[in-house]
Design a protein around this ligand. Structure first.
Ligand code: PHE
Length: 340
């Protein structure tokens, strides 16, 4: 018996297991329920009593040896297999879909870039705003219709009544409160108005506010800054037109149209056959607003403007339905690959 065990031990040590199939036949041959080792264990009862202990130990050793050989080859074969598949250079790669930046982000970045070239920094403010920053500090009289439930989403937050900001002009106030002139900054951000959602209106959209305060800032500076912007954004041929308008926080105020880039001012359905498209509101910062933020209106003057990002994106990308910007339809979004 001892010799038999020794012989099998040699065989186990010498056996080469090359693949999964051979591994399985090794297992069946030595460790299986009808395998050699099981067989030897059954033969144990025929061994003389005084030798039982010794032979039993030898058999246990044999079983451990076979089991260990099986386990280690199994592990090696699995990792060899993994190694081999890693090295299979002929396997086709997994395609990686490159994402695209959102058209509004592209336009926002471009606006920031254009204004940064003439020294404007970027500042931001909260979307949940108090009455002071969104309305009162901007000279809105208490009964102004823009404060109505019609236009503004009000929120109750603790004791104070808050609102979702209706324009980025609230950031103007925050900047003036915290910085001393000269101030030259733009504030991009999302704004909210209580409007029915359609192709032309949405309950949220994006604006970029501009604010410039220094000694001797004039309306001519405003006009030239906006002309510079229009040409950088839409090309050398772009023209602007200012129409008198009213905002509580600027005096004088204007609305600015840009020559229609879609029909080259010849008249089309986008510009409603006028050749012009409104893109922003602007004006000279009202002295009341400066004083409200502790800026001496006798020493300093300034201009402000606020433009709609969706509007600019519409002109750049000819997207006529505002809803597309927030529907997250990949077929729409993936068209903007390769933008800056
Ligand atoms: N806040 C104004 C709006 O939302 C735009 C504006 C900004 C007008 C700054 C004048 C100056 O329509």
């Amino acid at each position: 018996m001892k010799e038999k065990i020794d012989e099998i031990k040699q065989k186990i040590v010498a056996s080469t297991i090359q693949n999964g199939e051979e591994l399985e036949s090794f297992r069946i041959k030595y460790l299986g329920s009808k395998g050699i080792i099981k067989d030897l264990f059954s033969g144990l009862k025929e061994v003389a009593n005084e030798q039982k202990r010794e032979v039993g130990q030898l058999l246990n050793g044999l079983r451990t040896l076979a089991q260990e050989k099986f386990d280690s080859r199994k592990e090696e074969l699995v990792s060899e297999d993994g190694e081999a598949s890693k090295l299979d250079v002929s396997r086709p790669g997994d395609p990686i879909e490159i994402g695209a930046r959102h058209p509004l982000s592209l336009v926002r970045s471009e606006i920031i870039e254009i204004f940064s070239r003439i020294g404007f920094s970027v500042s931001e403010g909260p979307e949940i705003e108090d009455d002071w920053h969104n309305f009162s500090a901007l000279n809105f009289p208490p009964e102004h219709p823009a404060r109505d439930m019609q236009d503004t989403f009000f929120i109750e937050k603790g004791e104070k009544e808050m609102a979702l900001r209706t324009h980025t002009s609230s950031v103007q106030v925050r900047v003036m409160e915290n910085e001393k002139p000269p101030i030259r900054t733009i504030s991009p951000g999302r704004v909210y108005r209580n409007e029915a959602i359609s192709a032309r209106a949405h309950c949220f959209f994006h604006q970029v506010e501009g604010l410039y305060i220094d000694k001797d800032v004039s309306f001519a500076d405003l006009k030239q800054t906006l002309l510079y912007f229009a040409k950088e954004m839409f090309g050398e041929k772009a023209q602007i037109r200012l129409r008198p308008s009213y905002f509580p926080f600027t005096e004088p105020s204007a609305e600015v149209d840009i020559s229609c880039t879609i029909c080259n001012s010849k008249g089309c359905n986008v510009c409603k056959y006028t050749g012009w498209l409104e893109i922003l509101g602007c004006g000279m910062v009202d002295p009341n607003v400066l004083e409200g933020s502790n800026i001496d209106s006798k020493e300093y003057s300034g201009f402000a403007f606020g433009m709609g990002v969706e509007r600019i994106a519409q002109l750049k990308y000819r997207v006529n339905d505002l809803r597309l910007y927030s529907e997250n339809d990949v077929r729409f979004l993936k068209q903007f690959k390769g933008g800056i």
